[in-house]
Design a protein around this ligand. Structure first.
Ligand SMILES: Cc1cc2nc3c(=O)[nH]c(=O)nc-3n(C[C@H](O)[C@H](O)[C@H](O)COP(=O)(O)OP(=O)(O)OC[C@H]3O[C@@H](n4cnc5c(N)ncnc54)[C@H](O)[C@@H]3O)c2cc1C
Length: 379
């Protein structure tokens, strides 16, 4: 077997890249270690409006796969809350397993060959590309294989060193109150450095949290003194939010969990005829921990840039193109501030203030939002 490009990882970044390349007529092979790309996902799967606006691949996304969530309800540690919204802005909760299978179908429909149950282990450099162990030669190699990228390791590229850890329960048969809000909970003990959340998804309620949680250290995460291990934090979180929504007597239908890179783009992120994308590249907002938008957007753009190179129309994207990757400079600075100065008392005191609500709207909507007039108590 030979390919123009081997893409490792059939998720947002890899499938966007493979689809773009295949649509341009290149021979693309996608290697995915799971038997089904929609299986065992480790993401809430929320799409921001910017992704819908900026990723043409999503134009054809079936409406049944998403649910529009226009507002955010932000809870202080004492469970008082404010409602935030911005005119025209929304999030999309997704049926993520079905979305992933749909993305895979876009890639294979365009002509990419998807090999499932195919673990990437090694690749060696050849004169015109790489020889991928068990899969043969290719002219270009893309690592879209997630936060602990094997491709990055094998090629000696940069690796993620800083992580948040996220864990989420999915419940069926639950009707959440205020389903048109993404519910976000601030609590330094349970979600240090990030938040807990609850959202009415597509046919499921999703409840989770992420932060600098104890067990995440295995992957080099910064340890927060006193942070609970993820499972214990999750149980304590369900206990805490019971006055808002009580899941304590329910058994989750599924659990999603995983590491979220939060240290910014790795260096080096590319080498001649090879580049990293998505979480493998550290392309996740260090502040919001959202990575799907960037994975899709830069994945598709990389597909075009690699296509131009393989057709002899442009230089190797390992040079100019990767300079377009996000730097997250401001967001990394804000992450540092949040890591060092997050204080529950301050959120309890200031959540209702105009300054705090403006700052929250900038984080969620990238601009000033509108607020409901009063400050709510716990429901
Ligand atoms: C709990 C949690 C909730 C999150 N919620 C959101 C959210 O709501 N919105 C958002 O924007 N972001 C969210 N994120 C972040 C987001 O999920 C990631 O940024 C996004 O999934 C990155 O996509 P990716 O394609 O780069 O990699 P991944 O989704 O990590 O996929 C990597 C793929 O590569 C495969 N793979 C790995 N190693 C190999 C190998 N050696 N050989 C073959 N295949 C391999 C994996 O099986 C996987 O399919 C969340 C993360 C977590 C952990």
């Amino acid at each position: 077997m030979s390919a123009d490009c081997v893409v490792v990882g059939a998720s947002f970044a890899g499938l966007a890249c493979a689809t773009a390349l295949a649509r341009r007529g290149h021979a693309v092979v996608v290697l995915e270690r799971k038997a089904d790309p929609g299986d065992k996902l480790h993401t809430t799967g929320i799409l921001v409006k910017d992704a819908v606006d900026q990723v043409p691949l999503l134009d054809a996304m079936p409406a049944a796969l998403v649910r529009r969530v226009p507002g955010v309800r932000l809870y202080a540690p004492d469970l008082s809350h404010v409602d935030l919204a911005a005119p025209g802005y929304y999030f999309l909760a997704t049926d993520t397993p079905a979305l992933m299978r749909w993305l895979a179908a876009q890639a294979t429909g365009a002509g990419a060959r998807l090999h499932t149950g195919a673990l990437f282990r090694e690749a060696s450099r050849t004169t015109h590309g790489f020889d991928v162990e068990g899969h043969g030669p290719c002219r270009y190699l893309v690592g879209a294989d997630g936060p602990s990228s094997r491709v990055a390791k094998v090629l000696g590229l940069g690796q993620n060193r800083q992580f948040l850890f996220g864990i989420e329960h999915e419940y069926t048969g639950v009707d959440l109150a205020a389903p048109d809000h993404l519910h976000c909970f601030i609590d330094r003990r349970l979600a240090p450095g990030y938040i807990g959340w609850m959202v009415a998804g597509v046919g499921v309620a999703q409840v989770g949290l992420a932060g600098r949680l104890g067990a995440a250290d295995a992957g080099g995460a910064r340890r927060v003194r006193g942070a609970l291990p993820p499972q214990a934090a999750m149980l304590a979180f369900l206990e805490k939010i019971a006055p808002v929504a009580d899941f304590r007597s329910r058994t989750p239908h599924a659990v999603r969990a995983g590491q979220i890179p939060c240290g910014g783009v790795v260096r080096p992120v590319a080498a001649p005829r090879a580049l990293l994308l998505g979480d493998a590249a550290g392309m996740v907002s260090p502040l919001t921990a959202g990575g799907i938008h960037t994975a899709l957007r830069h994945g598709a753009a990389a597909g075009h840039a690699i296509g131009d190179f393989l057709s002899g129309r442009a230089e190797d994207p390992c040079r100019g193109f990767v300079a377009s990757y996000p730097t997250f400079r401001g967001k990394r600075a804000l992450r540092w501030v949040f890591d060092h100065f997050q204080a529950d008392w301050a959120f309890n005191l200031l959540l209702g203030s105009r300054a705090m609500r403006s700052a929250a709207s900038l984080v969620y909507f990238h601009r000033k939002g509108v607020f409901e007039p009063g400050r709510g108590g716990a429901d």
